[in-house]
Design a protein around this ligand. Structure first.
Ligand SMILES: C[S@@+](CC[C@H](N)C(=O)[O-])C[C@H]1O[C@@H](n2cnc3c(N)ncnc32)[C@H](O)[C@@H]1O
Length: 324
């Protein structure tokens, strides 16, 4: 896809929330989900002293982002990795002098799949185009959607579809997959779409868009262990933020947003026993929330950028070094 057409979600709000923490010379921002660097470019432009560490699990994203970020090369380090490796990446960058100690002042997680990944038929994310059933963010390692579809027992497949796709007909679809794969392995997006469509009741087929949408979302989450990775990565990354540093997370479905909310609210909670006249230092919160609940894009942005429709933004600032 032409990266110029790529519109980062809630870019103005993301920049407004992060920029105050990134004003100092040498302040470090970790963009955990660099993608095609839309947010990264906005932040490099807004904060001239900022050093960016851009992380992405997708080799193609890192290559494209590298081209897009060439004008800022002196301030940018790109790393092909999963975002649960952020502590190791920062330790290495501190050791080799790329960044100073305690300089991580910004963290950005723009979760999920990118528009270029959805638009590239060969990646197998989209049910609308025929492609091999892959769906890996990192095509250099790990199991594919085909491995799961052809290898999981029916009960496990149904659980994935129900839990990650909120699919009402999870068991019916899982049973249909088991029957079909016994004939020949299911290796293409179109064949899987057709199996899902045939498995659900005819009356349901006529409503609510493509019936394969929920199955594809569920498989993508399972293939990339998206929720498990976020559960590990977010606390580890928050621990790296210096006092005054800020985190912004954009989530695109309720399961990942719940993980983000739980972690940020927990860290921003006051643990002082009620009734104490002076808050004991050890009980004061480590973070303060910068957003009330989750912020959503306004109707203008949602109308012009379909990917933004489901976005939920949460942000917080580190106010204290130690955990409460
Ligand atoms: C929504 S896109 C980010 C778009 C980016 N903010 C921009 O403005 O171009 C999400 C990116 O996160 C990457 N990603 C997903 N899971 C990841 C993980 N566990 N570790 C690192 N990157 C991941 C995807 O490969 C994708 O490029």
């Amino acid at each position: 896809m032409d990266s110029d057409k790529h519109v980062p979600v809630l870019a103005g709000r993301v920049t407004a929330l992060l920029a105050p923490a990134l004003a100092a010379e040498g302040a470090v921002l970790v963009d955990a989900t660099l993608g095609r660097a839309g947010h990264a470019v906005a932040l490099l432009e807004a904060c001239p002293g900022l050093l960016l560490i851009g992380v992405d699990a997708d080799v193609a994203a890192i290559e494209e982002a590298g081209q897009r970020l060439a004008p800022y090369a002196a301030r940018v380090t790109l790393v092909h990795a999963r975002y649960d490796e952020i502590p190791d990446i920062l330790a290495a960058a501190t050791r080799n002098g790329t960044i100073g100690p305690d300089r991580v002042m910004g963290l950005l997680f723009d979760l999920g799949v990118s528009s270029p990944q959805l638009d590239e038929p060969g990646r197998g994310f989209a049910y609308a185009q025929d492609a091999p059933l892959d769906m890996r963010m990192d095509q250099t390692s790990g199991r594919t959607a085909a491995d799961i579809v052809n290898g999981y027992p029916a009960a496990d497949l149904a659980r994935v579809l129900r839990d990650y796709g909120e699919e009402r007909f999870a068991r019916r679809i899982a049973d249909a997959v088991i029957r079909e794969r016994a004939r020949t392995p299911i290796t293409s997006t179109q064949r899987l779409s057709a199996i899902v469509k045939d498995a659900i009741p005819a009356a349901t087929r006529r409503t609510g868009g493509n019936p394969a949408k929920r199955t594809f979302q569920a498989l993508r989450i399972e293939v990339n262990d998206e929720l498990g990775t976020l559960r590990r990565a977010l606390p580890a990354a928050l621990d790296e933020l210096a006092v005054g540093g800020r985190v912004v997370v954009l989530a695109y479905h309720s399961l990942e947003d719940r993980i983000v909310k739980t972690e940020l609210v927990r860290r921003a909670a006051d643990h002082a026993p009620p009734g104490l006249p002076i808050t004991a230092d050890a009980a004061t919160p480590q973070f303060r929330l910068l957003t009330r609940g989750a912020e959503r894009p306004d109707s203008t942005e949602a109308a012009s950028n379909p990917r933004a429709t489901s976005a939920r933004l949460r942000a917080a600032e580190r106010v204290r070094q130690e955990a409460a």
